[in-house]
Design a protein around this ligand. Structure first.
Ligand SMILES: Nc1ncnc2c1ncn2[C@@H]1O[C@H](COP(=O)(O)OP(=O)(O)OP(=O)(O)O)[C@@H](O)[C@H]1O
Length: 523
């Protein structure tokens, strides 16, 4: 309890030192009591440093968990003012490594043997250390070079304590200051809580890596380290050691003869493949996590590292994205508005023309520049900001996607300032749309649903009969369901009819050809 109090006191002192209260007071219509308490810090020197810098310095002083919190906040550009988000994105969580005997103890406890027994060699000096984990290199007994990621000891306790304080603080703020709820502080902390706890389980990270590796097994564009499952636990993972040049070292890449233009468009292709083909994307694409191979066998291929954060998208999300991007680039804002209402994201009673004109107002200025300079990430961001005004809840996976898009665009344009994102991405969007509508889409969906239909179809007449009996006057939801089932059945019947007709045609053709071959000369 005393420790909790001291920690709270420390947070309070740091917040006052950097005038964070003043940021809050100026940003919102703060209640009088809060202004009075804030005004009591008369002894504080006049604050002249910009608010974003002050917030960043305060978080740095509060330690790794708060630094991580700032990094996560920096990605919520739909909530944060741009000056603060820009400054927070500069937070670095490079922290001093923890002693190697602690890493060795962690490996021994997790994998059941000392590194000397497990590996042919183990380097006690870490190659990198961050707030959650650090990485050591080693060699397996079969000669394979590996990288070992070890969780920082005692992290869970520290995280739980700091998060509990954050919940307490946000709860208090929300209670005394209703206006602050607009920023959804509790929701943001809850998201951060989940994010950190996900990162604490390295097994999740290993599983994400394995999935991404499988998705790109046949690709010439991206390499993902293999996970060595016999040496993986929730606090230690061992994976193939990758060699390459960090993508941020552009001069080195150029000197090695890597084609930067190709690298740039490959990056976009990889990203859109992850999004629209797999619905599974690496969402921590900062340049430190991306290498480029210069090994002759895999020259110029991307290497991905650090799989702690991935985004997943379902068909609904993909449909939303492709519809909106395509409508945007046709400047069809009405379609954008309709897509939001049809998908149920904007409330049903939203007026299409109002949403359309809001979207137009925020996006038209973006189109005032050459197509190649348009940022998908910016478009999505503006869209989310506009949508919020219409009570659209922006889905976390799309916020993650928007943040990753900004990273990819930044990276792509650093490698090739002429990168035309739209030209590179359009075929993916169009292919996705093509697969969703028309015969191809229907056949694909039927194929995917076939096993389920096999169960449902025989029961359909009974279920429909029972539903009709139970509800002589079916209510709206049941009515909708029945209508949907009937429509689906009709569509399937049409497809089956078409296939039967085609098969019949082919069969008659074959029979006719056979008869003609046999008896044709007698005719
Ligand atoms: N498989 C690997 N092969 C070679 N080097 C690796 C490998 N995995 C990690 N590293 C090295 O360790 C560094 C940190 O790894 P990683 O990003 O996974 O850790 P992290 O703790 O999540 O760090 P951060 O939070 O800064 O991204 C990488 O930048 C890279 O230099």
């Amino acid at each position: 309890m005393i420790l909790k109090f001291l920690r709270l006191l420390k947070i309070f002192t740091v917040a006052t030192k950097y005038g964070l209260d003043e940021i809050a007071m100026s940003g919102f219509d703060a209640p009088r009591t809060a202004r009075f308490v804030s005004g009591m810090f008369f002894w504080r020197k006049r604050i002249t440093t910009p608010r974003g810098i002050r917030l960043r310095l305060a978080l740095e002083e509060l330690g790794p968990i708060f630094i991580k919190f700032g990094q996560v906040l920096s990605t919520r550009r739909d909530l944060m003012p741009p000056d603060i988000a820009d400054e927070l994105s500069r937070l670095q969580d490079r922290v001093p490594p923890f002693p190697s005997d602690q890493a060795i103890a962690q490996i021994t406890a997790s994998l059941g043997a000392h590194p000397d027994q497990l590996f042919a060699s183990f380097d006690p000096v870490p190659v990198a250390s961050a707030s959650i984990a650090q990485v050591h290199f080693a060699t397996l007994k079969n000669g394979k070079e590996v990288a070992i990621k070890v969780l920082r000891p005692g992290m869970k306790k520290t995280i739980d304590e700091d998060i509990a304080l954050m919940y307490m603080a946000t709860g208090l703020i929300e209670r005394v200051w209703a206006e602050s709820r607009r920023l959804k502080p509790r929701e943001v902390v809850a998201e951060f809580d989940k994010y950190l706890h996900d990162e604490l389980d390295l097994m999740r990270e290993a599983a994400n890596a394995a999935q991404l590796r499988r998705n790109f097994a046949d690709s010439e564009l991206l390499m993902v380290p293999e996970m060595y499952w016999d040496y993986c636990s929730s606090s230690v993972i061992v994976m193939e050691r990758m060699n390459g040049i960090p993508v941020s070292q552009i001069d080195r890449l150029a000197a090695e003869g890597v084609d930067l233009k190709k690298l740039s468009s490959d990056g976009v292709e990889i990203f859109f493949t992850q999004v629209f083909r797999d619905g599974f994307f690496h969402a921590d694409m900062h340049p430190g996590n991306i290498l480029v191979s210069i090994d002759p066998a895999t020259f110029g291929r991307y290497i991905a590292l650090d799989f702690g954060i991935v985004g997943t998208l379902n068909d609904f999300d993909k449909d939303y994205l492709s519809q909106n991007f395509l409508a945007f680039f046709r400047r069809d804002y009405k379609r954008v508005a309709e897509a939001h209402i049809e998908s149920g994201w904007a409330p049903r009673n939203t007026r299409v023309d109002e949403l359309e004109s809001a979207v137009r107002a925020c996006c038209e200025p973006i189109f005032d520049r050459p197509l190649k300079d348009i940022s998908f990430g910016q478009i999505l961001l503006r869209l989310f900001q506009t949508s919020r005004r219409f009570n659209v809840e922006v889905q976390p996976q799309l916020v993650l996607l928007q943040k990753t898009l900004l990273n990819i665009e930044g990276l792509g344009r650093q490698l090739d300032p002429d990168l035309d994102l739209w030209k590179t991405a359009k075929p993916y969007l169009e292919r996705w749309m093509g697969e969703q509508v028309g015969w191809r889409g229907l056949v694909e969906r039927l194929k995917a649903e076939a096993p389920r239909y096999a169960h449902i179809f025989p029961q359909l007449p009974r279920l429909a009969h029972r539903a009709l009996e139970q509800h002589a006057q079916p209510h709206a939801a049941t009515q909708d369901l029945l209508t949907m089932l009937v429509l689906e059945q009709r569509r399937t019947n049409r497809l089956i009819g078409f296939v039967a007709w085609l098969a019949g045609g082919i069969a008659s053709g074959i029979i006719f050809a056979a008869l003609f071959a046999r008896y044709g000369q007698h005719l």
